[in-house]
Design a protein around this ligand. Structure first.
Ligand SMILES: [Zn+2]
Length: 287
């Protein structure tokens, strides 16, 4: 499952090619790819044709193309979605789901998705809680920590009032977005906090430091991902090399903690695996 850094890598790769270009024609080759577009695939194709792409934006794991008519194409990569910018005469990929050509005739944008969990929809742009224009289906998603508009002190203060397990809050896209399971575990390890600790039991400084750690881990992953693709073949794949970078917590069950040497443990949390050091990140009292 692609996380924020992987989606940002794709966003940058697409933006280089599509911004300022006008869509000529759109083909949907699998109905599931536009199932989230309520008015159906014919409407999706008709509305996108002739539109110029003004920007490619992202919030958390959501990415969208801003069109020149105050709407946007929201792209969900799902489990295996890829967005490729290909030569216009390139042969279709085996799992090609949506293809858009541009009026300059040079390149085509291909949405390839083997498992068909991903897809696209066209949304109106609406103001979010802070008055920022975002696609309607993204309006409930809070800004992510890599966003210029992310307000660290305000978000930290809001989190400190919650009597909820801190890892649950990190993964909740309504408080701050884009921190997936892997980055949450890494940030908790760096901060020496167990994910089951109640947010209200942490100091404001601890919460701020935790978010800063999550931001740094994601920025480091982004730096790695940003060097491993070329602009003709923008690839996002949860099983690709991005996750093989040095991780301190995630996936390290029974391996020695990089800080104290204690074997790391794996626990179930929100139907996922959580990895932590039992010495550096003790369970809160009563757990
Ligand atoms: Zn340790």
């Amino acid at each position: 499952m692609p996380e924020l850094p992987e989606v940002e890598v794709v966003r940058r790769g697409i933006a280089d090619w599509v911004v300022g270009r006008t869509v000529a024609q759109v083909q949907v080759l699998h109905p599931r790819a536009t199932r989230a577009h309520i008015l159906g695939e014919r409407d999706f194709c008709d509305r996108l044709a002739g539109r110029t792409i003004a920007e490619v934006n992202r919030r958390g794991k959501f990415m969208w193309l801003v069109l020149d008519d105050e709407s946007a194409v929201v792209i969900h990569l799902g489990m295996s979605g890829q967005v490729l910018v290909q030569p216009a005469d390139a042969a279709p990929e085996k799992h090609l789901r949506i293809r858009a050509t541009f009026t300059d005739g040079q390149r085509a944008m291909h949405f390839v998705d083997q498992r068909t969990f991903g897809g696209m929809r066209i949304d109106e742009l609406v103001p979010d809680a802070s008055g920022i224009l975002v696609p309607e289906s993204v309006a409930h998603i809070a800004p992510d920590p890599l966003d210029d508009k992310f307000d660290l002190p305000a978000v930290s203060a809001a989190i400190s009032l919650k009597d909820t397990e801190i890892k649950r809050i990190l993964l909740d896209q309504n408080m701050l977005s884009g921190i997936g399971n892997i980055y949450a575990d890494e940030a908790l390890w760096l901060s020496q906090i167990h994910g089951a600790t109640r947010a209200s039991a942490l100091t404001l400084e601890q919460i701020q430091a935790l978010i800063v750690h999550a931001t740094k881990v994601m920025a480091a992953a982004l730096d790695q991902g940003g060097t491993s693709f070329d602009s003709l073949y923008v690839n996002v794949n949860g099983e690709s090399g991005y996750f093989s970078r040095d991780l301190n917590a995630y996936g390290r069950e029974k391996e020695p903690c990089h800080r104290c040497g204690t074997p790391m443990v794996r626990e179930r949390f929100m139907n996922r695996s959580s990895f932590s050091c039992p010495t550096c990140q003790p369970l809160p009292a009563g757990k």
